[in-house]
Design a binder for this molecule. Structure first.
Ligand SMILES: Cc1cc2nc3c(=O)[nH]c(=O)nc-3n(C[C@H](O)[C@H](O)[C@H](O)COP(=O)(O)O)c2cc1C
Length: 224
């Protein structure tokens, strides 16, 4: 299971927690990180004070590396500036970004010495993100939950991005099992990112109704 991506991110297994807004808070991030995976705190459009509290709580719960997930193109410019400024002040070392690539934002955190994981839904976005300096590309297929930029299946986009990217590529969208992970790695991905699969966990910050709904959809019992 160990891939070079694990060394780059400082995790034991190449399984990433998606930075789901209002879901991937410190409890879930700590659970994933302490289990050997790599977590992102879902902090889209959150107030910098809340980000600071989440980062502090996560650092108390784990000494593993993690990313803060932001969506630059969907965040008011002033708030985004304050979010990033606060993260840098807090010594956050890794960012994961999504939606339209904003090269200036990638360059800002890169020039502060941070790592950037960029989720993309197309080849064009992959090219722009890599050219801006992203260290890792996360190829999001149309199967993904939440906000979806992918327009083709995960494995279709994965193959395209793998054929062009020089940086490690992670597959995401509809991957929720060991078989999906094995398939992605067999194709050349260096890891997978899971969102929905981790949403219905005890540690997730999602509302109980949302968790029950996801469990029903997956055919799971309350104790699975
Ligand atoms: C409830 C929910 C919220 C999400 N919020 C975000 C977010 O704030 N930022 C982000 O980069 N991706 C977000 N995503 C998308 C994930 O990063 C990822 O693409 C998706 O979960 C992968 O598909 P899967 O849910 O089938 O694992 C969200 C996904 C879900 C299910």
């Amino acid at each position: 299971m160990h891939t070079p991506l694990c060394d780059l991110l400082g995790c034991e297994v190449p399984i990433l927690l998606a930075g789901m807004g209002e879901v991937s808070r410190w409890e879930l991030a700590a659970a994933v990180a302490n289990a050997g995976g790599y977590a992102a705190l879902g902090m889209v459009r959150e107030d910098p004070d809340l980000i600071a509290r989440e980062v502090a709580a996560l650092r108390k719960a784990t000494d593993r590396p993690f990313a803060v997930n932001l969506i630059p193109a969907a965040t008011e410019t002033g708030l985004l500036d304050r979010q990033i400024g606060r993260c840098l002040d807090l010594g956050v070392t890794d960012f994961s970004f999504f939606w339209d690539v904003m090269p200036g934002v990638v360059r800002r955190v890169k020039s502060a010495g941070c790592k950037v994981l960029h989720q993309v839904g197309s080849m064009e976005a992959a090219r722009v993100a890599e050219a801006a300096g992203a260290d890792v590309l996360i190829a999001q297929g149309v199967e993904a939950g939440g906000h979806v930029h992918g327009r083709v299946g995960t494995f279709v986009l994965l193959e395209q991005v793998l054929g062009a990217a020089l940086v490690p590529v992670v597959a995401t969208g509809g991957i929720a099992s060991g078989a999906g992970r094995a398939a992605a790695l067999a194709m050349g991905a260096q890891g997978i990112q899971c969102g929905t699969a981790l949403l219905a966990t005890t540690e997730s910050f999602a509302h109980d109704y949302h968790k029950r709904d996801r469990r029903r959809a997956a055919g799971l019992t309350a104790h699975s």
